[in-house]
Structures are given as C-alpha cells and as structure tokens.
Write a protein that binds this ligand. Structure first.
Ligand code: URA
Length: 211
C-alpha cells in the first residue's frame, strides 16, 4: 500500500479549521468539500487519459481526454457523502457508486448495509471516499468488496488517517496495490476508536447526530 500525505499550506489551513470544535456543520461541510478537491488533484495524478484530436482557433492539435471505461467514485455512507461533490468537481464525467457501511461502536467491526455499483469493475479506476481511516476496518471491507468485483486500481481519499488504520490496510490488503491520499497522518486512536488529535465524528460534524 502507498500512502500519500498531501503537504500543502492550504490543505493544512483548511484541516486546522475542520479540527476546531467551534467549527459549525455548514462551515465544516464547505471546508471538507474544498479540502477534498485539493486531495483529488493529487489522487487523480495517474487517472488514465487517451489522445484526442481537436482544432483550436489557430490550428489542429492533439490533447487528451479521460479514457474509457470512466473512473468510478464510491463514497462510503454516511460521511463519505460529504466528500462526493468535492471529488466529482474535478471528475465530472466519473460514474458514482455507493457503499453503505456502519461501524459497531462496541466491537469497532464494519458491516455493509447497502451496495449500489456495477457488478464488474475490471479495468476501472476506482476512487473510494471515506473521511476517517481509523481502525481501517471500514476501508478494508470496502476495498475487499471492490476487489471482489474485479477492481485492481483503487485509490482511497481520506481527510485523516491513523497509524493503526494504515497498518491494518497493509496487513489485510498485502496483495492489493492500493493508494491512500490523505491530508494528515495523525498520532493514534483513543480507546473509543477516535483518531487523536482528529476532528471527532466526521458524520456528526457534517450532518449532526441525527438521533
Ligand atoms: N470515525 C470518525 O468519524 N472519527 C474518528 O476519529 C474515527 C472514526
């Protein structure tokens, strides 16, 4: 597995405001959206393109366009939804699939409650959106699901990652060439499985507790 921590002052600035407990949900959603677009710029560095002939007002020339099959973007519900707009802003022709996953707060085990994406993902570049790489359970399960459908080129975008999650990905997906693009690699997980220093519960920060 390859981890790419995006080192950019704008990323660090937006992330600091996201971490701040005084940041309200509307501001959190807007900043997460902007931050994802910056991460997406790095995450799509190897997106496949093909040559295309065009004519400028001056002369014929050759450029590139996104190759077929189109990339697939998969937000992991619920909090990954808050990353979707920021991602498809850079990849407007991408297709979008959905994976609904929930983490048991006692066991920290992830399970799937909804799936909507193509059965065959062979040859597709897939971008998974999950804001918090904490224990790694959710992302490992999600990537195993993508791989079971034939995906071999998977990039995960996470706002934050914990060393424990990175280690779990390396252990559980040893044979899978996955790339993780994140704004920061934090210190550790606490006893409740939250990333430290982190930003709290990403879904709650975006959408409220919905109790
Ligand atoms: N999920 C979150 O939303 N926050 C964490 O810190 C860990 C997992």
């Amino acid at each position: 597995m390859r981890i790419h921590v995006v080192d950019h002052p704008l990323v660090a600035h937006k992330l600091t405001t996201l971490r701040d407990q005084r940041t309200d949900s509307p501001t959190f959603r807007r900043l997460a959206d902007e931050l994802v677009t910056l991460l997406a710029y790095e995450a799509t560095r190897d997106v496949r393109v093909e040559p295309v002939d065009i004519v400028t007002p001056v002369t014929p020339t050759t450029g590139v366009r996104l190759a077929r099959p189109r990339p697939l973007v998969v937000p992991i519900l619920r909090a990954g939804l808050g990353m979707l707009d920021g991602m498809v802003r850079l990849l407007p022709t991408a297709e979008v699939g959905f994976l609904g996953m929930i983490r048991d707060e006692e066991t920290l085990e992830a399970s799937t409650y909804a799936t909507r994406m193509p059965v065959d993902l062979s040859g597709r570049q897939v971008y998974v959106l999950d804001p918090m790489l904490a224990t790694g359970g959710t992302l490992v399960r999600a990537i195993q699901e993508l791989r079971s459908r034939g995906a071999r080129d998977v990039t995960a975008l996470c706002l934050l990652a914990a060393p424990e999650g990175v280690a779990a990905m390396e252990r559980e997906l040893a044979d899978a060439p996955v790339t993780v693009v994140t704004a920061a690699l934090d210190d550790r997980l606490n006893e409740q499985g939250y990333i430290v220093p982190g930003l709290g519960d990403a879904g709650d920060r975006m959408y409220g507790t919905a109790d």
